[in-house]
Design a protein around this ligand. Structure first.
Ligand code: AKG
Ligand code: FE2
Length: 230
């Protein structure tokens, strides 16, 4: 096989797609890149307005259930929040869901179902990466269901009295919850392979309640399988 007929591998395709997303985010004057080199992380203060935040909080409260994990974990304290699927075809969610995909310039079909999360005092989501570990048994199922999780968009929907920061211990960056603030990061390195420096933690809420939404994007169109990923 000649060099020219070889298909680019998945990592090369991810890397190319990520450059387009980064260019789009960097050309948006409302967005700034976080001052870290270890990961590509962006901040958009006030992305959701108060009314949008309140709608999302209401829907999370109405539909929440205990959060689950992709891989089984020995630590029952690993993720103790509640989660909620936010239906992309409901009239309240559709514009918000499509808006996020358009902001990043990623086709809507690549986005997983938007997740709402609620943390009461004492609840947390310990350090993890959002991308899939390609050596794990679940990866074979993921390959046919949209492949790797490439970008994460996460927004805070309220002010938290104390605690609840999102901490990237390897990258050395911590974000305090702020109503409407959207955080976007690339889970991959510039070469399109998983970036362990995106390891992050939803720190324990000390006082108040923390509400967020998380939207994960896949490298290809996402297909819902019987294998839960959130
Ligand atoms: O709650 C947080 O600050 C982080 C949430 C998170 O990491 C996730 O939803 O994947
Ligand atoms: Fe995460």
């Amino acid at each position: 096989m000649s060099l020219f007929s070889r298909k680019p591998n998945d990592a090369a395709l991810r890397a190319k797609a990520a450059r387009k997303v980064a260019e789009r985010l960097e050309s948006n004057p409302a967005i700034r890149r976080a001052p870290i080199d270890a990961a590509q992380l962006y901040l958009y203060p006030g992305y959701f307005d108060d009314a949008q935040c309140e709608t999302l909080v209401r829907l999370i409260d109405a539909n929440r259930r205990p959060s689950t994990l992709l891989a089984t974990h020995d630590d029952p304290e690993f993720r103790t929040s509640d989660s909620c699927d936010l239906d992309r075809w409901s009239p309240e969610i559709e514009p918000l869901d499509n808006g996020l995909a358009d902001l990043l310039g990623i086709p809507h079909a690549r986005g997983e179902t938007m997740q709402g999360q609620r943390y009461a005092p004492g609840q947390q989501f310990k350090a993890h990466c959002d991308y899939f570990h390609e050596q794990q048994g679940y990866w074979a199922d993921m390959v046919n269901a949209g492949g790797q999780r490439t970008w994460t968009a996460m927004a805070y929907l309220n002010e938290v009295e104390e605690g609840g920061a999102t901490w990237f211990p390897r990258a050395g960056f911590r974000i305090a919850p702020k109503k409407g603030l959207l955080v976007i990061w690339n889970n991959m390195k510039p070469d399109g392979t998983g970036n362990f420096d995106t390891l992050h933690e939803g720190m324990r809420v000390i006082a108040g309640t923390k509400y967020i939404i998380t939207k994960w994007f896949r490298e290809r169109d996402w297909v819902r399988t019987s294998f839960p990923t959130y």
